[in-house]
Design a protein around this ligand. Structure first.
Ligand code: F6R
Length: 236
């Protein structure tokens, strides 16, 4: 594991974007795993700049997002599909048909999880996975648990996650309580992983996740045994 501390969000974003950009440049038809939330927004802006300036071509790239809220259709402004359209897909030349999410509106979310894992496998697996981390140590929406769940699966969100994500909603009551998330299996199967985190509120969990024992109560701690992971943290 490479753990890098940087001095600003800008530095973090550029460093992470360069890792992703190198993969895209080396393999134009690569599969990128994507995260939503505040942490990767700067990274996505850098990728958009690289695309706009002609440095990067996403026309053959495929993407698989980590998670989606349950019951929010794609055109709902709070859905993760909407977030990605706004923050990345509309700014780069990716073919929207090549961008994938687990369907949070599927009737049978267990079956949907199986379908999503099969899709990721059929694409040849993820070449580079972008991750953020929750204050409870979640990656994707893999919340603290007694086990690491490998498959894409439905989840009940932790109270701390609901509180953290309430900032994107009008009121905390509007935050969905359920979601579907890629499991630890597909995340760990990514050939390369870059995790970005910023802010003093993440300092404690960063210590626990990357310098503490591997423990499903801190799901991100499993990344310590991935062969190619870069963790980038900025306190400001
Ligand atoms: C979202 C996701 C989550 C976030 C995490 C951090 O797709 O996978 O694990 O990365 O909740 O969110 P932010 O970056 O908003 O602090």
């Amino acid at each position: 594991m490479k753990y890098v501390t940087v001095k600003s969000y800008e530095e973090l974003s550029k460093m992470a974007a360069d890792i992703v950009a190198d993969v895209v440049a080396a393999k134009p038809d690569c599969v990128i795993g994507l995260a939503t939330g505040s942490s990767p927004v700067g990274l996505y802006n850098c990728l958009a700049d690289y695309c706009k300036s002609g440095k990067l071509d996403f026309s053959k790239v495929k993407s698989v997002n980590l998670d989606e809220y349950e019951g929010l259709p794609n055109d709902n402004e709070q859905s993760y599909r909407y977030f990605m359209n706004e923050n990345l897909f509309s700014k780069i030349n990716i073919d929207i048909n090549n961008t994938h999410f687990p369907d949070g509106c599927a009737e049978d979310l267990v079956a949907e999880g199986k379908k999503y894992d099969e899709l990721i496998e059929s694409l040849g697996g993820t070449d580079v996975q972008v991750l953020g981390i929750g204050v409870d140590g979640h990656i994707g929406f893999n919340e603290p648990d007694d086990v690491f769940t490998l498959e894409t699966h439905p989840v009940v969100l932790d109270e701390s996650t609901i509180e953290a994500n309430a900032r994107f909603f009008e009121s905390i009551d509007d935050v969905p309580r359920h979601a579907i998330t890629m499991g630890i299996g597909a995340i760990m199967a990514a050939k390369k992983i870059v995790l970005v985190a910023n802010g003093a509120n993440k300092k404690e969990i960063m210590e626990k996740a990357f310098f503490g024992p591997i423990d499903p109560k801190v799901q991100a701690s499993i990344l310590q045994v991935h062969p190619d992971v870069t963790v980038i943290y900025s306190e400001v």
